[in-house]
Design a protein around this ligand. Structure first.
Ligand SMILES: [Zn+2]
Length: 174
């Protein structure tokens, strides 16, 4: 019994509904189960219309790629923000969209998380600045440490279950 208990993940504090004053907006606040149900039954969402809602959730997992082909960020063009490719010469980057060579590129977060509330669990894609909020460091700082597997693991593990997250989620069925 004791051993089992020790292996259980901490559930994180359940804040007594507080935090920085609730935002009032027309964006509905849903439970995960409600969001799932809507995105499977609403014809507009299923037709590809983006739908926004708020979720109040616990961050339960961050997917850290095990192999180096995949990253938790991509390098974006400083002009058009599209993904750039490293120049074959090893110097700088090439943006196909701008059809230009650049010295630098902007690391931009793009990773997956799992969140849960009392109604269920859902996987979400995290893009851009929200990644900064979740991990607590900028994508540029993250880029500097991303090859240090131990540091990345520590960083991601340390932000699980810490705070209740209020997320604005864009549901889209591709
Ligand atoms: Zn570009």
């Amino acid at each position: 019994m004791g051993a089992l208990r020790d292996e259980m993940r901490p559930i994180g504090d359940m804040p007594a509904e507080g935090g920085a004053g609730k935002k009032k907006s027309s964006t509905p606040t849903l439970l995960i189960a409600q969001l799932k149900e809507m995105s499977e039954s609403d014809s507009e969402i299923m037709g590809g219309k983006p739908f926004y809602c708020n979720l109040n959730v616990d961050l339960t997992w961050i997917f850290v790629p095990e192999n180096t082909d995949r990253q938790m960020f991509y390098l974006a063009c400083e002009v058009c923000r599209k993904k750039v490719l490293e120049d074959p010469t090893g110097r700088g980057y090439h943006c196909e969209n701008c059809n230009r060579h650049f010295e630098n590129a902007n690391p931009t977060y793009n990773f997956s998380i799992k969140v849960s509330d009392c109604s269920g669990t859902i996987m979400l894609s995290v893009f851009g600045e929200i990644g900064e909020t979740i991990l607590g460091i900028s994508a540029r700082e993250f880029h500097k440490i991303h090859e240090d597997t131990a540091a990345v693991k520590e960083l991601t593990m340390n932000v699980l279950h810490v705070n209740a997250l209020a997320l604005v989620v864009r549901a889209k069925v591709d």
